[in-house]
Design a protein around this ligand. Sequence first.
Ligand code: F6R
Length: 618
Amino acid sequence: MCGITGYIGYKEATPRLLAMLKKLEYRGYDSAGVATLCDGVLAVRKMKGPLSTLANALSTERMAGTLGVGHTRWATHGEPSDVNAHPHTDVSGRIAVVHNGIIENYAALKGFLQERGVAFRSDTDTEVVAHLLNYYYTRESGGGHNALLDATLKTVSKLEGSYSLGIVASDYPDRIIGARKDSPLIVGLGVGENYLASDVPALLSYTRDVCYLNERELAVLYRDRVALYNDSGERIVRQPTRVDWDVESAEKGGYAHFMLKEIHEQDKALSNTLGSRLRHSAGEAASIDFDEIRLDASWAAAKRVVIIACGTAYHAGVVGKYAFEHFARLAVEVDIASEYRYRNPLIDGGDIFIAISQSGETADTLAAMRQAKKGGGRILAITNTVGSTLSREADLVLYTRAGPEIAVASTKAFTTQLMCVYLLALRLGELRGTLSADDGKDTLRALANIPQQVRRILDKETALQKAAARRFSKRSVFFIGRLFDYATALESALKLKEISYTHSEAFAAGELKHGAIALVDKATLVVAIATQRPLFDKIISNIREVASRGAEVLVVTYEGERAFDAVANEIVAIPETRDALSPLLAIVPLQLFAYYCAVQKGNDPDKPRNLAKSVTVE
Ligand code: F6R
């Protein structure tokens, strides 16, 4: 995830900007840069690679100045490269901007600016902000004490999506401007100096007195004071807050573990995944538009989809199987990549191969993808990592936009992979004429609701904590479900076993009686995932089967659903959605359940034994 730093004071800015960026390294990034102002001249230095590369370069080429902004970039638009790194400057080279977030309407803004003769240098969404600032500053603001603030207000009023911004301009050597919407930004208060940062850890070595910017607020940092404004340009007065976190809890945003933080980031991450891809009409989600990929008629005419992935990403693929069949009426095979590469699979040039991988570097997934490519298959990658090997070698890439995932156990990467899979299935359904206009609209509306429904589940975290406290010592936990719920069961069982080390397995509920039910006894917890309404009677019979053998049963179903009252020991309710979309919601309480079971057992959920975040070797 990108990081922003800013300094204005009486000391050299560059060492402070770099030291603050260093405190944000844990968040993951692919390039870094700083901009400083000295004697009216704006200097920018930015490089792909670790912060140490930039710091080494700057140790020989001094960047003077007592104010500036810094950035670590996690690529979302455009590959990791020197030119795509931040800060970005306007055409005059007099305004520099660092940005976290995603500008969803950047393509439209870019068109607007290009029509006015602006030449773009990078592939980023951020560059539009620098040019827009210049546009409003030179054309409309007309100079003066507040002209840069006015230009910023006008610029941010045109931005859709999420942003936190740090802005310096050579005409204003006495200030830095910050602005935020849907992406955090914090002002650190010093004596004769002030700081800007996207996260608290960057500030802790300098100050513990901070002002958190609220939605759509702006801050102007001078050396001796800070002025806050709302988006109408009116002054706001806010008392500073004293931060008493230590560095480690600050890195985790106050959460006990990265995994918990990432579980809690899912509503935001899912909004980012949807972002500009969901087009609205009359205030309602109306159509899908992938700005980065063109699915032409030949993709829509495919006879078969083959999904290849490992672990959690494979489970996203299982959801994909049901989703592509349901919405696009396409035949789907979903394969574990480590199996696929050693099979003698039938590859047809007309097939679509979808490789799903958070890291984009998983050895088995890459090998399977290369095999499919060699056989003439077309590859569409779903990945979280811009510039990864998978993204470079695939024909088309859909980014999940989850931000870096640090905990080994995948959570937000999974739900955002699901979101991409649904968007693809729906788009192919539209193109293939297998999805009626009404059904399509209803499903898109339901999809648009998912982020806030995820938030509602997260707000009920304490209930899951209690459910885990009562059951973490069970000998075995079986997750059962049918159709989409079976896919959720697979991922829930993996989550629980990898961090709590409890024996857990997933079964298609109808398979129980073909063998697995022999394992069920009083020491077993069965988690029944029940969101497929036409199959409620079937899953109720399965629950009765396990309950009569002594198992305790926890049911995950929709709020207000009474069908399971008589058979469940406890019900975990999720908001109502379309049955086909339920994995996006049903997995969330079960991630929390797994997390709290692990914590109850005294395990570190961020670093489960024997596991690595990225499996780059076989
Ligand atoms: C489980 C988990 C792993 C990964 C798998 C694939 O929580 O994270 O099962 O899903 O190793 O990794 P990627 O998605 O990077 O290919």
